[in-house]
Design a protein around this ligand. Structure first.
Ligand SMILES: [Mg+2]
Length: 155
């Protein structure tokens, strides 16, 4: 049974595009259906963590909107955060699900009990995961992954 879902941001919670305005401000778009999936998972007692190599105030904002408490940005070694969360919540690898789309996510994806990737993840990632979504990053891939997890939870 999955108790923690770790999500990457760029290319998973977003379509991977980073838009800048003339002031150098950065914009990302998040998917409402993904958001509802996250809220539903949290209501069912699943902890959600967001781990990203970049830093963006928009990620802070979106996560606080969704009530995500575990937010780690500017992370160089994602496996360190994985191990930290695993210990903090006293979990087995089999109780952790990870969704990622690119090379920095591979170690986590291999470690987790359940791993997923959006349809437009890089081939190296798609090769190692248990589940490839029918949807690309930022377009419902996270929702599909969470729905899969929740459907197995209620069985
Ligand atoms: Mg990514």
């Amino acid at each position: 049974m999955i108790k923690l879902i770790i999500l990457d941001v760029d290319g998973v919670l977003t379509d991977g595009l980073i838009t800048y305005d003339s002031e150098g401000r950065e914009y990302k778009s998040f998917n409402v259906k993904d958001g509802y999936g996250i809220v539903r998972a949290r209501r069912m007692g699943i902890e959600i963590a967001v781990v990203t190599g970049r830093f963006s105030s928009m990620v802070e904002k979106r996560c606080s909107e969704l009530g995500i408490r575990e937010v780690y940005q500017g992370v160089e070694n994602k496996l360190k955060i994985y191990n930290y969360l695993k210990e903090k919540y006293d979990l087995e690898d089999s109780e952790i699900a990870v969704m990622g789309d690119d090379i920095p996510d591979i170690e986590l994806l291999k470690r987790a009990g359940l791993s997923g990737a959006p349809s437009d993840a890089v081939e190296e990632v798609k090769k190692v995961v248990n589940f490839v979504s029918s949807k690309p990053g930022g377009r419902g891939a996270v929702r599909e992954f969470i729905d899969l997890i929740l459907s197995e939870k209620v069985e």
